[in-house]
Design a protein. Structure first.
Ligand SMILES: Nc1ncnc2c1ncn2[C@@H]1O[C@H](COP(=O)(O)OP(=O)(O)OP(=O)(O)O)[C@@H](O)[C@H]1O
Length: 235
């Protein structure tokens, strides 16, 4: 199986804080990989490195065979990113923003279709700063998908969404995966990991403590119980 994301021996400190301590994992092509771990485990730091936004102190990251920190614009266009806080410009209206982003890509998704599928229609003409947290999440997800990227990093994509919106997002992510994209999704939801993930990576204290399918990681105890056992001592 082709490994689209390879993280090997990643180390990173913020002053005295060790954020990543020899972290290694892979995400396979055309699969959804869910990254689970307690607050402060190092998920965001690691995902920012895979996105090319942060340079590790040591270790290597490869995305589509390239070092994301040194990658050119052509590589970056193949990678979609949904940041935890959205990172959206407050004064822009969602449809205008998505149309603008679509124009930057060679083979963009259909903006009207994305807007309809993620239930953005109702607020497509309202400035981002006036939107609720869940509405902004949906726009941020659409922005990550509009360029039809081959690899997509999503930091807690359904946090704060109501059940209908969450279901819509899961269906859309399934479809994007079925079209061949590789997705890496960080989440605090066992239900989300069980529903979506072909593979689960559990991180704690900057290291991977389990990696495999939901069944392989959860075993007979189940994912939730196994997670608590693996991460108990970090609380
Ligand atoms: N810019 C920064 N400066 C200093 N310390 C940081 C910075 N970013 C993260 N840290 C620290 O690094 C560690 C890992 O943080 P990170 O945000 O990567 O964890 P996380 O697993 O994404 O957490 P969460 O689930 O809360 O999003 C934490 O101890 C955090 O306080």
């Amino acid at each position: 199986m082709t490994e689209t994301v390879v993280v090997a021996g990643l180390r990173h400190r913020y002053g005295d804080v060790v954020a990543l301590d020899d972290m290694s994992w892979t995400a396979e092509a055309g699969r959804i990989t869910a990254v689970l771990g307690p607050n402060g485990a190092g998920k965001t730091t690691m995902i920012e490195m895979a996105e090319g936004l942060r340079c590790p102190d040591a270790g290597t990251v490869r995305v589509l065979g390239r070092d994301p920190w040194r990658a050119d614009a052509e590589h970056r266009a193949r990678v979609g990113v949904m940041l935890q806080d959205g990172g959206l410009p407050g004064g822009t209206k969602p449809r205008r923003l998505l149309t603008h982003l679509a124009a930057m890509h060679r083979r963009p998704a259909d903006v009207d279709d994305l807007v309809a599928r993620l239930g953005i229609d109702a607020f497509a003409g309202t400035a981002v700063r006036r939107l609720s947290g869940g509405q902004r999440q949906r726009v941020a997800l659409a922005a990550a998908l509009v360029g039809r990227p081959e690899v997509i990093f999503l930091d807690e994509p359904t946090a704060g969404l109501d059940p209908h919106a969450r279901r819509d997002v899961w269906r859309l992510l399934d479809e994007v995966r079925d079209l061949g994209a590789t997705l890496v999704v960080s989440t605090h939801s066992f239900g989300e990991a069980e529903r979506l993930a072909d593979k689960v990576v559990v991180v704690a204290r900057g290291r991977v403590v389990a990696e495999g399918t939901v069944d392989e990681v959860g075993g007979s105890a189940g994912l939730e119980q196994t997670y608590f056992t693996l991460t108990e001592d970090v609380r």
